[in-house]
Ligand binder design. Structure first.
Ligand SMILES: [Ca+2]
Length: 300
C-alpha cells in the first residue's frame, strides 16, 4: 500500500501497490469498491504507486512499472491513458490543479510533465541535478489553489515550488527529421501566443526535451537566434537551432514527441511538436574519389 487520495465527497482511494488494485472507502472506512489486476491492459497495473482525484471526481493512477498514468471514473471505469511505456519512466506521483490539468512526477527521469485532463501534453521541466529546477528522484507533487506546484525532491532532501508553466508557444519543426544526416543543426521556430513578442523569449532559457525513455537529456538552443515569420502569418517567430547529434540522443522510435520550454517576459512557456524520426546514415564520399556521373571541372 502506498498512495492515498480523497475526493470532493470525502471518499478515500488507496493505491494497493502489492495487489495491483485500487480500493475505495467512505471517509469512515466502509469498503465501497475496488478495481484493477496485474497486467498491462486498460485498468490493469504493475505497481500502482500513487493516485489523485480531480474536481469532477475522476481518479488518476500512477502505474509505476507500466510507465503510464491511467484515468478512471470514481467507480473505476477506465477513461484514458496518459503517456505510455517509454514516455514515462517510473512515475511516482500525480496531482491535479483547479482547472483539471494533471502533473506527473517521474523518479528516474527527474522531471515533471503537465497534461490537460484529456491527456494532451502541455509542458515539462526538470533534469537530474541539485540546482534550482533540477531534481534527484522526485517522489511527490501537489498543486495549491493558485496553481503553484510543489515537488518533493527526495534525493536532494528538499521541497521546490514552481509557478505553473502556462504560456503555450507554437513549436514548428520539420515534420521529418533525419537525426543522422550530415547537417549540424535542427532548426525550430517558436511563435508565442497573442500578447507576447518573440523578441521577449530568453534564448538562453530555451531547452528541448525528447521522448527518450531513459534519463532525458535537455538540449540547449544555440544563440544567437533570428526573428522572422516562418509560417507567414504576420506574427514574428523566433528561430532557434539545436545540435542534431544531441537531438538524436533525446528521442527514440520513429515518431517522437519533443517539447521546448523556457522563459518569455518573465513567465515560463512550453511548446510541443510530433515529428517523424529517420536514422539513415549519410556517408560522404572519400576525399579525392569521383563517382560515375560526377563532373569535375578544374581550372588553373
Ligand atoms: Ca509567424
Amino acid at each position: 500500500m502506498n498512495g492515498v487520495a480523497t475526493d470532493h465527497e470525502g471518499n478515500v482511494y488507496v493505491a494497493d501497490l502489492g495487489n495491483n488494485r485500487i480500493q475505495k472507502f467512505t471517509n469512515s472506512g466502509a469498503y465501497l469498491t475496488q478495481w484493477g489486476s496485474s497486467g498491462i491492459g486498460d485498468g490493469q497495473f504493475d505497481r500502482p504507486f500513487a493516485l489523485a482525484t480531480d474536481g469532477a471526481g475522476n481518479v488518476y493512477v500512477c502505474d509505476y512499472n507500466n510507465g503510464r498514468v491511467q484515468k478512471f471514473t470514481s467507480t473505476g471505469t477506465f477513461l484514458a491513458q496518459l503517456g505510455q511505456y517509454g514516455s514515462f519512466y517510473n512515475p511516482t506521483d500525480v496531482a491535479t490543479d483547479a482547472d483539471g490539468n494533471v502533473y506527473v512526477a517521474e523518479s528516474i527521469n527527474c522531471r515533471i510533465q503537465k497534461f490537460t485532463g484529456t491527456g494532451a501534453y502541455l509542458a515539462q521541466w526538470g533534469t537530474q541535478g541539485s540546482g534550482n529546477g533540477e531534481f534527484f528522484t522526485p517522489f511527490g507533487i501537489t498543486v495549491n489553489a493558485a496553481g503553484d506546484v510543489y515537488v518533493v525532491d527526495t534525493g536532494n532532501n528538499r521541497i521546490q515550488k514552481f509557478a505553473t508553466p502556462h504560456v503555450s508557444v507554437d513549436l514548428a519543426l520539420p515534420g521529418t527529421i533525419n537525426v543522422r544526416s550530415m547537417g549540424k543543426w535542427v532548426t525550430a521556430y517558436l511563435q508565442p501566443p497573442a500578447g507576447f513578442d518573440a523578441s521577449a523569449i530568453d534564448a538562453s532559457s530555451i531547452r528541448l526535451f525528447g521522448n527518450l525513455g531513459a534519463r532525458p537529456l535537455a538540449v540547449d538552443a544555440t544563440s544567437p537566434s533570428a526573428i522572422g515569420d516562418q509560417n507567414g502569418d504576420g506574427v514574428p517567430d523566433l528561430m532557434v537551432k539545436f545540435d542534431r547529434g544531441a537531438f538524436d540522443l533525446t528521442v527514440f522510435g520513429t515518431s517522437a514527441q519533443v517539447a521546448v520550454n523556457g522563459m518569455i517576459a518573465g513567465q515560463a512557456f512550453g511548446g510541443v511538436a510530433t515529428i517523424k524520426v529517420l536514422r539513415s546514415e549519410i556517408i560522404p564520399p572519400p576525399r579525392g574519389v569521383a563517382y560515375a556521373g560526377m563532373v569535375t571541372t578544374m581550372r588553373w
